[in-house]
Write a protein that binds this ligand. Sequence first.
Ligand code: SAH
Length: 359
Amino acid sequence: MNQAPTLEQQIEFQIRTSGPMSVATYMGLCLTHPSKGYYKNQDPFGAKGDFITAPEISQMFGELIGFWVVNLWQQMNEPKTFTLLELGPGRGTLMSDVLRVACRAPGFRDALDLRLFETSPALVAEQKARLEAYDPKWLENFENVGTGPIIILANEFFDALPIRQFVRKENGWHERQIGLDGDKRVFGLSPTPIPPMSMPPGVADAAIDEILEFCFGGAQLMSRLSQLVSRQGGAMLAIDYGYARTQTGETLQGVRRHAYADVLEAPGEVDLSAHVDFEALASVARQSGLAVQPLQTQGGFLTDMGISHRATALAGANPNLAQDIRAAEQRLVGADQMGELFKVLCAHSPGLQPSGFGA
Ligand code: SAH
């Protein structure tokens, strides 16, 4: 009987037949291969999963973003219909907290056209179960996203998009590739150098052997979405771990069951991600005519949105949970926890003044 090849065998076959593959090709296969990719098969979240995200830590995260969304909707004069789009909604936790708060604003629920963009069938099922009452529609692409104003949310989405890596050598930058040594997967370099002038100016004086990461898919998606926002009016909020300026340094990482794992081991079973280059995303948004708020830390954003008042109110209503609520607040805003590493990027129509950025 013929057995379907494993993802590992498919990757080996592809390298043997067409040569070493880019880090982006490898990452794309590992994460979103139609039957064996990480996001197609695993439930990555929660205590038993590989990692835990901000909305899973506390409802306060989504609730404050709910206030943020309502505030923008009001600034846009409460349009009778508008699109709320989330990229990579996971279990639907963030959106359900957002909407529980936002739908208290009179008229908001009637105006809402909810769209979700998700690759994992298992997570689509969870989103369906959680968000059914709001009549969501799942997008295959961004061709048909209404014509009215649009607000886009993305938490820990851009870090999951495949990156390419380039290594600085004497004669230029060489793309890092994955090849085979016997039957073992190993990193190597493309023999063809790319001239330094075609790389971002910020890394012009990089030392030999420094690594530059570039997320082509992220930039492309940002460009597409920025054009939508620019044309239809609205804003985008992207929260992720990453850096404020384009810089060198490897950030590609593997995580399996709450521990770091080798990037090349067990394809499809390890979560692969990389830090987000927010400067690259912001410059794409500006090119489409959007205004971009100064990059804010997650701690700064949540503090500005009033997390400590929200925590006090919640703890007052649930005295037996008060300690947990304060601990969750600390986890979200603490400088040594998620507060500084995670950043908040907001790109928006020039006339709007999004809250949370200290204005
Ligand atoms: N926003 C959620 C989940 C973060 S994990 C939270 O904060 O809990 C990343 C999410 O993006 C998952 O839902 C994953 O399935 C989805 N995702 C990853 N790569 C994707 C892609 N290429 N296209 C669409 N969704 C993707």
